[in-house]
Design a protein around this ligand. Structure first.
Ligand code: HEC
Ligand code: HEC
Ligand code: HEC
Ligand code: HEC
Length: 132
């Protein structure tokens, strides 16, 4: 009986060890894919290391909600359920900055700036972000 519950425990631990790293990995990476906007995707979806960026860059340099030109978001209030989290919430059908430009200007804009200022090398080639 004791032996049996030990082996059950052992099995459960093993399962946990196998499963947890995947859960972590999923939280660190976001898949940027907006099929409702890009009806026919020309490029593969983008795997975005969000967690890594969260540690490097201020939340509000990417997340915004402009009122009279001022970013009124509170970084502490950023939650998954917040409608202002999804870029598509405002940039789908936006005539000033459409969704594709919103991503490209933000992601590539900073990556380019990192390179020209000599701080880091971040992906600028299509296939480095749009991975097969
Ligand atoms: C380099 C840009 C960038 C930075 C910095 C950044 N985010 Fe994000 N974040 C994004 C993008 C892009 C998405 C995906 C939005 C979409 O799906 O349209 C996202 C999604 C999210 C989501 C919803 C998805 C999820 O993981 O649950 C939350 C919550 C979030 N960010 C919070 C934060 C917080 C808090 C910070 C600062 C500690 C932060 N972000 C920093 C770009 C960034
Ligand atoms: C709550 C609405 C809203 C959300 C959500 C939103 N934006 Fe914006 N964004 C705007 C508005 C408004 C502007 C100003 C231009 C305009 O009037 O359309 C803007 C401007 C921009 C610009 C032009 C440069 C700048 O910052 O002014 C970029 C790039 C951009 N957004 C990228 C993004 C990305 C990437 C996301 C998701 C992480 C995002 N936006 C989420 C409303 C939003
Ligand atoms: C404000 C600056 C900034 C913004 C905005 C930004 N990045 Fe980055 N990103 C960086 C820097 C800096 C690095 C390089 C980190 C290093 O290698 O030291 C990087 C690296 C990366 C990498 C490579 C990760 C690796 O493991 O080498 C990917 C992929 C990436 N970014 C995707 C994106 C995408 C997609 C977006 C837009 C949703 C984005 N980034 C927006 C600053 C930014
Ligand atoms: C720094 C990362 C990054 C780089 C480099 C990049 N993109 Fe993107 N691109 C994105 C993100 C993020 C999206 C939004 C993805 C989505 O929602 O499907 C996007 C969206 C697109 C879209 C619209 C969605 C689709 O699949 O039809 C096209 C087309 C596109 N990119 C083409 C390109 C081309 C061509 C290049 C090279 C010249 C390039 N991208 C370089 C991040 C990047």
């Amino acid at each position: 009986m004791l032996l049996k519950s030990f082996s059950v425990l052992f099995f459960l631990c093993l399962m946990l060890m196998l499963v947890t790293p995947r859960v972590w990995a999923d939280e660190e990476m976001l898949i940027l894919d907006n099929p409702e906007v890009f009806a026919k995707n020309k490029r593969p979806a983008v795997v975005f290391p969000h967690e890594m960026h969260m540690q490097m860059v201020d939340c509000l340099s990417c997340h915004h909600d402009y009122v009279n030109g001022q970013n009124t978001l509170d970084a502490d209030m950023l939650e998954e359920t917040d409608p202002a989290i999804r870029c598509a919430a405002c940039h789908a059908g936006n005539k000033v900055v459409n969704l594709k430009d919103a991503f490209h200007q933000q992601c590539l804009g900073c990556h380019r700036q990192m390179r020209t200022s000599g701080h880091a090398t971040a992906p600028e080639l299509c296939g480095e972000c749009h991975r097969r």
